[in-house]
Every structure is written in structure tokens, then in C-alpha cells.
Design a protein around this ligand. Structure first.
Ligand SMILES: O=C[C@H](O)COP(=O)(O)O
Length: 262
């Protein structure tokens, strides 16, 4: 990848970034900073992704006409809450001004063989969310441990009406991987539906981002990577995007390869 390609890649990564702060100790000052970075002179991100308690603050900062959407998380990060609680979280988030709900599926129940628990959760939350708001389902692929479970969880989420399937919370030891991306993208393609893909967790360089772009384009086609179908969930990627777009960081090295985890 030459320096021009890396700069182009950085610009695309910015446009599909869900700029994330889901730190347990996130502060209001950090939300102000996140909103500023999401709307910097470099261009705007697709969204910010924040804890529910900061939605109203972010909405007040961004206003109602902002191109930056507000994503939040429910049933996060354990995936263990009951359906009524998660529905209440979702309603409150939408009332506060969220545009996108990132729902952790009950992945532990799923791993124990309870597919119906996943279907019930997705159906209940889906019923609360009307366009243009979006439902993203977090599969926590690093915990699923097998390719067949990643594929099956993707199928259930897609059948349940998810607008996006997302790899990870960023809170477990294995987060986004290229192999999980491959499995999830294959399921999106096989479904024939317009479902987006969000790799999340541990993606911190534009070179990493380029590997996901390459995968997505190979499976879904060259023009598929856009905010309506592709997002990165990342807290640190913005720094590398900024360094490359402003020329602070020398470019021109080749993208590194990455190994499989299944
Ligand atoms: O949903 C996004 C992840 O929580 C972000 O994870 P990260 O902090 O490893 O980029």
C-alpha cells in the first residue's frame, strides 16, 4: 500500500468510524472531546458510540441535524440481562436521542444451546426500533470459540432483522478478527439482505482497517464499504487516521498480515 492509498484508506475509515468511548470511567469532559473529534475539520465520523448515560449530553452538543449519529449499547457487555430490562434500556436510549442501538446478544445462553433466547431478545429489541434508527447486534465472536457458532449467530441475527452484525464488545480478550469477519460477511452475502458489518474491538491502525476493507470488498464487492453497510467500532483508530490524514505520521509501509484465531 503506497502513501496515497493509505491516506485514501484513512479517509474512508474516518467516514465509517463509530468513534467509541465505552470506558467504565468515561466522563462528561471526554464526551465533549469525543464529539469534537467526531466533527473535526478532517471530516465527520459515521457515529459516536457511548454509554447510555451520556446520550442526552451528546445530543445537546451535536444537535438534531448532525451528520454524526449517536450509537449506544444495551445488554452490554455481559449479554445476560433479561428481555424486559433490555427493552427498557432501549426505550430510554431512543428517548434520550440515540440513533443506533448496539445490542449484545445473550451469547452465553446461545453457547449453552439456547438459540430461542437470542431470537427472543432480538425480536423484542427490534420491535422498539424504527427507521432511521438502526439495530446492531453484537455477537461477541471471540467468546463463541468456533466458526460454526459465529456463522449460526450471524444467521439468527440476520433472520431477526438486525441492520448490522457486529463482532465484539471490546471487553473480552479476543475481539474483532479477520476470520470472524470472513464468516460474518459470508452469512451477510448468503442472506441476500441489506445487512451491514461492524468489526469492533482492538482495531487501532489504518493498516488494520485496510485488511477489513480488503476482506469486505472481496466478499461483498468493491462499492460495499460505506456508512450504511460498514462501520468500525474503535476507540483508538481515530488517532492513527488523524496522524495519517494530517501527515504527522510517515506512510508507505506495507499492511501487515494477520493470523486466524479459530
Ligand atoms: O464497540 C467498540 C469497542 O468497544 C471498541 O473497542 P476498542 O476500545 O478496543 O477500540
Amino acid at each position: 500500500m503506497d502513501s496515497r492509498e493509505l491516506r485514501e484508506c484513512a479517509a474512508v475509515a474516518l467516514s465509517v468510524l463509530d468513534l467509541t468511548n465505552l470506558k467504565d470511567d468515561c466522563t462528561s469532559a471526554e464526551i465533549e472531546d469525543l464529539c469534537a473529534r467526531a466533527t473535526s475539520p478532517l471530516g465527520h465520523t459515521a457515529a459516536i458510540c457511548i454509554w447510555p448515560r451520556f446520550i442526552a449530553q451528546a445530543r445537546a452538543i451535536l444537535g438534531t441535524e448532525s451528520p454524526v449519529r449517536i450509537a449506544t449499547v444495551v445488554n452490554f457487555p455481559s449479554g445476560d440481562l433479561d428481555v424486559a430490562t433490555v427493552v427498557a434500556e432501549t426505550r430510554a436510549a431512543l428517548a434520550d436521542g440515540a440513533d443506533e442501538i448496539d445490542l449484545v446478544i445473550p451469547y452465553r445462553a446461545f453457547m449453552a444451546g439456547d438459540e430461542a433466547a437470542v431470537e427472543r431478545m432480538i425480536a423484542a429489541v427490534r420491535a422498539e426500533i424504527a427507521a432511521p434508527a438502526l439495530l446492531k447486534t453484537i455477537l461477541e465472536t471471540g467468546e463463541l470459540k468456533s466458526a460454526s457458532l459465529v456463522s449460526r449467530a450471524s444467521q439468527i441475527a440476520i433472520a431477526g432483522g438486525a441492520d448490522f452484525i457486529k463482532t465484539s464488545t471490546g471487553k473480552v480478550s479476543v475481539n474483532a478478527t479477520l476470520e470472524a469477519a470472513d464468516l460474518m460477511l459470508q452469512e451477510i452475502r448468503a442472506s441476500g439482505r441489506k445487512v451491514g458489518f461492524k468489526p469492533a474491538g482492538g482495531i487501532s491502525t489504518v493498516k488494520d482497517a485496510s485488511l477489513y476493507f480488503r476482506h469486505a470488498s472481496a466478499i461483498m464487492g468493491e462499492d460495499w464499504v460505506m456508512p450504511s453497510t460498514f462501520r468500525f467500532g474503535a476507540s483508538g483508530l481515530f488517532n492513527d487516521i488523524q496522524a495519517i490524514m494530517t501527515g504527522e505520521k510517515a506512510t508507505g509501509q506495507k499492511a501487515d498480515s494477520q493470523t486466524s484465531s479459530y
